[in-house]
Design a protein around this ligand. Structure first.
Ligand SMILES: *Cc1c(COP(=O)(O)O)cnc(C)c1O
Length: 832
């Protein structure tokens, strides 16, 4: 094992600023202060990014017991070295390079075959499939999910241990120079190049440069697998490797490839291929791939070529292919019975994947206690007692209160879980037979099982399917949008995020949790009860309440919610209550032109007098104003007048208060339109949810919400007939096909979409609404979508039907469509 003082300085060209008092074996590489598991043996690498400086978190880590640190600047250590007695500090030229060097040294300890995978698409799927296909004879260490970056690769390789017999790691790059660094960490002996698409083209001068760069991964491999039908890959392989170090397959050039593939039959759900090999002896086989779409077929052929190269018997290959399953690329969080949430991760179960899923569990949701339903952990390469001791430690550090263990192995090692409320079953059937829904209530349940345990049946048991309509909220898109705005802020500007109106319909506590994780500075809600709800879900960020009712001061106090004060009446109410018992600080709303709420400039003399008299029971946290036309250029002059008034008014307040207060004026559109006016804080709203209201950067955001329903029935409508209430659906003189959808105005689907104003997307095609929108359903014309059938999904809005377009169709704004989605529609939260 590597030692912090003896090995790391040499490996990283570093200098010990502080030597740890005892030998310090390096057990865990730690990058995030929010993910400290076992503090002992953890080395924290203080990485830097455009918006991030790891050095800032050193005190927090020290507090949590971490004692080993890798830094790149002594000056950036908060409090200086003296604040960290008993620690080891290593100063290196570049922290990321140091992390990679440490992982590379770890990799050199193991002499085993390691397959490196790169390419534009399919890396993760090919990796997951190969590990499913090779699992019978190998103990595999692989990258968890798509951990393929400059940071993800070292962390993946660090998981290698002596019991593994094969490593499979994926490498992804976005700029020249990156692949050589990943190759040095992975040190592959085998390679697989999936394909070459347009992803990340921006970082490269030409496709040739991109393929050259990717080829850097394979300089030293004994065998490179690839498909000859990608000419750029083939040419690059020829330049870099002699033919005997490649193994190729092809559909277009059967005579040139090791494996000639012909598609014999393609049906709706499978593809039959004929495969001919010239070596070691001429042979032909027929295989059935359980997929029909082209990306899956290509990925499966890559995996198949590796099995053929291994000379596995054809019957055995087919047997394994039959069990191949689509890979769920993301975690899904689903509302479930008894106010529970289920985090669905039922596609594999190894130790690294479990750690990631537990991270997601702690990061994204806070609902009651945390429960884990866990199958036997596979592919760990560790002996049972050691493995389950590690699992138990993971449960402990992630605050899991309750465990349901399913499988003979976990049951055998149940002693490892002393101290957790735990029950064990031998099989999934056993669990389902004894399943009592009432014993699960208001908790977050991670369901994590290896494929063969069939845990999707458990997820289904938890999800009461009342209604086929769901609002899918993409948490990765939320984080992307948050970071987009954050990058636009002037240095030092804080970020308040508006989570009013159920977080614009997306689910307040879930969104707030994500914002808390991503270290937003402030939240704002419209009403006191919304704030109380956030506190009850574990949100500890400061919260501003924009419209607190005068009788709610007790709740403000109890839940530490900060009221916005916008009138003398409210200020007097507040002062009266504050004289009895201290209250949280206030936010003064200034009216500079919106003419809705707030103190006008002419109110200042009276306001300052009151503030002065009551200085003893009053603390002002901020002053704010709101622009009336931030989203439209035509109002720029007016907006500037508003900002000017704000700049006149706030110094007067600060003068009388005698201390600085936060000043904030801008909403999402304003952040982009008036960068010079970011001031101390901005208030991000609709932009977080994926709508760029200023129209300046229409492509910068990712859509967050997708409203989706299902087709309940498809009917044929003879010529001359109408559809629905009031016989409003126009008759036509030809036969039509009409699909009935399980969504209506009670779900928030506006009645104004009726009679052709609205469209939905079914099987990738648009279908117009026909007739009136009813309370619980509506009808669409699918005459032109011949494959449409009951059970199909219909997108109401989302990536294929952008909110701004839909809103314009009925003369409203995206805000209204988002916040109208009724609470009876289930929210499903997804994340990679
Ligand atoms: C809702 C709201 C915002 C956010 O506005 P967006 O246009 O959604 O960014 C900002 N400030 C106040 C006072 C608000 O009420």
């Amino acid at each position: 094992m590597l030692d912090f003082s003896a090995d790391l300085p040499v490996l990283t060209s570093g200098t010990l600023l502080l030597t740890p008092p005892a030998p310090a074996p390096v057990q865990t590489l730690l990058l995030d202060s929010r993910r400290v598991g076992q503090a002992g043996g953890s080395v924290f690498f203080a990485l830097r990014g455009p918006q991030h400086n790891g050095h800032r978190y050193l005190p927090e880590l020290y507090q949590q017991g971490v004692r080993l640190f890798v830094v790149d600047s002594e000056a950036d250590i908060p409090g200086g070295l003296l604040a960290y007695p008993g620690s080891g500090f290593l100063l290196v030229p570049q922290v990321l390079a140091a992390l990679q060097a440490v992982a590379a040294a770890h990799r050199r300890h193991f002499r085993l075959p390691v397959l490196g995978i790169t390419g534009s698409n399919g890396k993760t799927i090919v990796k997951e499939w190969l590990s499913q296909l090779l699992a019978p004879e190998e103990r595999i260490c692989k990258s968890p999910r798509s951990y393929n970056s400059q940071v993800g690769v070292p962390l993946s390789v660090w998981e290698l241990n002596a019991r593994h017999t094969l490593g499979i790691f994926e490498a992804g790059i976005s700029e020249p120079g990156e692949m050589a660094r990943l190759a040095a960490v992975i040190q592959p002996t085998l390679g697989l190049f999936t394909n070459l698409g347009t992803a990340h083209d921006a970082g490269f001068a030409s496709p040739q440069q991109k393929v050259e760069e990717k080829m850097q991964l394979f300089q030293d491999v004994d065998t490179l697998f690839y498909c000859l039908d990608h000419p750029l890959i083939h040419e690059a392989a020829r330049r870099h490797l002699p033919a005997h170090r490649t193994f190729t397959w092809s559909r277009q050039h059967p005579h040139l490839a090791h494996v000639a593939v012909t598609v014999a039959e393609a049906s709706a759900d499978r593809t039959v291929v004929r495969v001919a090999l010239a070596r070691p002896v001429p042979q032909e086989h027929t295989f059935t791939l359980p997929f029909a779409d082209e990306p899956s077929v290509e990925n499966a052929l890559h995996a198949l070529s590796v099995l053929l190269w291994q000379q596995l018997p054809a019957a055995e290959i087919q047997h394994r292919l039959d069990r191949l399953q689509p890979v769920a690329m993301r975690l899904e969080m689903k509302q479930a019975l008894n106010d529970c949430y289920v985090l669905d991760d039922t596609y594999n179960n190894d130790l690294a994947g479990l750690a990631l899923a537990l991270d997601a569990l702690t990061r994204q949701l806070q609902r009651g206690r945390r429960t884990l339903i866990l199958s036997d952990v596979l592919e760990s390469g560790l002996a049972g007692p050691d493995l389950y001791a590690r699992v138990a430690a993971l449960l402990h550090t992630h605050g899991v209160a309750r465990l349901v263990g399913i499988g003979p192995e976990i049951r055998l090692h149940q002693a490892a879980f002393d101290g957790v409320e735990a029950v064990f079953y031998d099989t999934t059937e056993d669990f389902l037979r004894h399943f009592q829904p009432d014993t699960f209530r208001r908790e977050t349940i991670l369901v994590k099982g290896a494929r063969r345990f069939g845990f999707e049946r458990i997820v289904a048991a938890f999800q009461q399917k009342i209604h086929g309509t769901v609002l899918e909220v993409n948490l990765d898109a939320l984080a992307h949008n948050l970071n987009f705005y954050r990058r636009r802020l002037q240095p030092g500007t804080r970020l308040m995020v508006m989570v009013k109106a159920f977080a614009y319909g997306s689910g307040s506590s879930e969104v707030a949790n994500l914002l808390q994780f991503h270290r937003a500075d402030y939240l704002a809600v419209a009403y006191t009860d919304e704030g109380v709800d956030l506190r009850q879900h574990g949100i500890s960020l400061p919260i501003m309440v924009m419209n607190p009712s005068p009788d709610a001061f007790q709740k403000l106090r109890q839940y530490q919610l900060e009221p916005e004060i916008y009138s003398f009446e409210r200020l007097h109410d507040y002062l009266r209550a504050a004289q009895e018992q201290p209250l949280p600080p206030i936010h003064l709303k200034l009216d500079t032109g919106m003419r809705r709420l707030g103190f006008a400039e002419t109110d200042l003399p009276e306001l300052t007098a009151l503030l002065r008299e009551n200085a003893a029971h009053l603390r002002v946290a901020s002053a704010l104003t709101h622009l009336a036309g931030a989203d439209e250029e035509q109002h720029n002059d007016f907006s500037r007048q508003q900002l000017a008034a704000f700049h006149r008014m706030t110094p007067v307040l600060e003068d009388v208060l005698g201390y600085p207060i936060l000043k904030h004026a801008l909403n999402s559109a304003g952040i982009l339109r008036f960068p010079a006016a970011h001031a101390d804080m901005v208030r991000l709203g609709i932009g977080l949810y994926g709508v760029e209201a200023s129209g300046q950067e229409p492509d910068a955001l990712q859509p967050v919400s997708t409203l989706r329903t299902t087709v309940s029935q498809v009917k044929t409508l003879p010529p001359g007939e109408t559809v629905g209430y009031g016989r409003r659906g126009q008759a036509a003189d030809f036969e039509r096909r009409i699909a009935t959808l399980a969504i209506g105005y009670a779900d928030g689907y506006d009645r104004r979409f009726g009679n052709g104003a609205g469209e939905v997307v079914i099987r990738g095609q648009r279908a117009p609404i026909i007739g009136n929108v009813c309370m619980d359903m509506c009808m669409v014309d699918v005459t032109h979508i011949s494959a449409a059938q009951a059970g199909d999904a219909a997108e109401i809005f989302g990536p294929s039907l952008p909110l701004p377009e839909l809103a314009a169709r009925i003369g409203t704004i995206p805000y209204e469509l988002l916040t109208n989605v009724s609470e009876r529609v289930k929210r499903v939260f997804v994340a990679e």
